[in-house]
Write a protein of this length. Sequence first.
Length: 218
Amino acid sequence: MKRAEHPFQFVTAAYLTRIGNQSAANLGELREALETCSDASVFYHTFQSLERHHFLRVGFSNDFAHWIIAALNRGELAEQMAALDLRSYVALADLRADLLRVTDDFCHAHPRELERPAFEPFYFCESLEVTIPGDLQAWTLEEFRAGLNLLNHASFHFHFLISRLRLQLRTNDFSEWFEKELGLPYLAQKTAHIDIYSNTLEDARARLNQLIEMEFAA
C-alpha cells in the first residue's frame, strides 16, 4: 500500500450549545426567524442535528422538520424540509435559501397555516465548534483504518459531513485524502456516496471499514 506524502490528521471535535434570542410560536414566525437567524443557527439545526440524532435510521434529518411534524402536525411540509440533502450543500446561504423556498411555497399554498399556534415553541440555538488536532495520524490506509475506529461520533461527523462546508466541495476529508494522498479515486468516490440518511453514523463508519477491506482485497 502507498504511503502518503502528508498524513491524515484526525481531529477531536466538540460543540458548545447556547439558546439564542429568537423563537417561533407558529409557522409565520419560523419563516421570519429563518430569514434573519445566524448561519451558526442554520448549521446547528441542520448539519449538527444530524450528528445529535446519529443513532436514528428513520425519521427527519433536521430540527425544523422535527418541529413542524411534532408541534404543527404538518407532515407534508416536514417531509419537504427533510428532503433537503445536506450532502449537496457547500454553503449555508444556499441551504438557508432552500429552507425559505420550501417554507414559502407551503405558506403560499396554505396561508391559514401561517398563524396557527404550535403545540410548543421552536427555540433557535447555535453551536460553537471546538476542534483540537489529536495524537492520531495516518500515513497509510492501514493506519487510517486503525485511527478511524478510535474516533468518537462528533469527530467522525466532523470529517465525514461538516468538512463539505469547510472544503467548499461535495466531498469529505476522508475522500480528499484517499484520492490526493493515496491515489485511490474509487475508494474516495465510494466513501463520498455513503448514505448518511438511511444509516446511523456507526453504520456509516462500518460501511467505510468495509470499503477499506475491499480495497485491501483488490
